[in-house]
Write a protein that binds this ligand. Sequence first.
Ligand code: ATR
Length: 285
Amino acid sequence: MRAKTVAINPMNIDGSTKTFGILGNPVHHSLSPAMHNAAFSTLELNSVYIPLPAGDLQAAVAGLSALGFSGASVTIPHKQEVIRHVDVLDPVARKIGAVNTLVFQEDENARTVVYGYNTDWMGANRALDEEIKLQGCRVLILGAGGSARAIGYGLLEAGAEIIVANRTRSRGENLAAALGCRFCPLDMLETVSADVLVNTTSVGMTPNDGEIPLSPALLPRFSVVMDIVYAPLQTRLLGEAARAGCRVVNGLAMLLYQGAAQFKLWTGTEAPVEVMRQVLDTHFS
Ligand code: ATR
């Protein structure tokens, strides 16, 4: 069944409307306002989500706090630095070293407390969990940047076993050491046995649509292949993986479910994921 999209009506904003937004620089390209406003409207929550372009992060977080904002997403380039402006940091976000979600709550003395979470890993876990049981599952992660780090810690939370492979050996070995897992150089991938492959590199992203981060000959050994690249939606990796008989998860799934996890943290309510998915699908189709 196709979900109904609901446009936000600014005339409904009143003195009790809860305010949320996305802190980043730039933020004009973000799909989060469309995704979260559609979710608020669908559940008839008196809430609104706006872009918050922010250069001075400290001033921006203090400003949101002072203005009674209920929550915010945090994106590039502020995900690491924002940790210094959080009062209570979620333990997994601390390990990852990045926060993409703020929750503002008043304490018993009416002082605003800023909570910091990372929902990127929750998004990746939920997207994969739809295809395979993560507990005990062996996952090969390609890449060793911020996304690999978030997904790696998240998979450890879910009880998966991880192997990291990366072009730059030192960077890959550092992440593997932090995660307490094995590192594999890219030219040794045929020695790896894993159930799931997750590509966190930008290989295959527009305009390099023809590129693939590993030899297609290796794909039949994986049951599930996930690509966090979402432009294009169907990367060469996912096309070859589907041809090799793997179940595939595209980059929109992680984007969607990290947003759904934010929505739950802010509202305490399960997000209407079909409506949010439709917003993303409409944009990318
Ligand atoms: P993010 O924060 O999104 O993870 P990042 O920190 O820039 O982004 O990390 C990008 C990852 O993609 C890195 O692991 C990078 O490998 P290096 O550590 O060797 O730079 C990987 N990557 C980018 N382009 C690549 C390419 N052409 N081939 C192989 N790996 C590539």
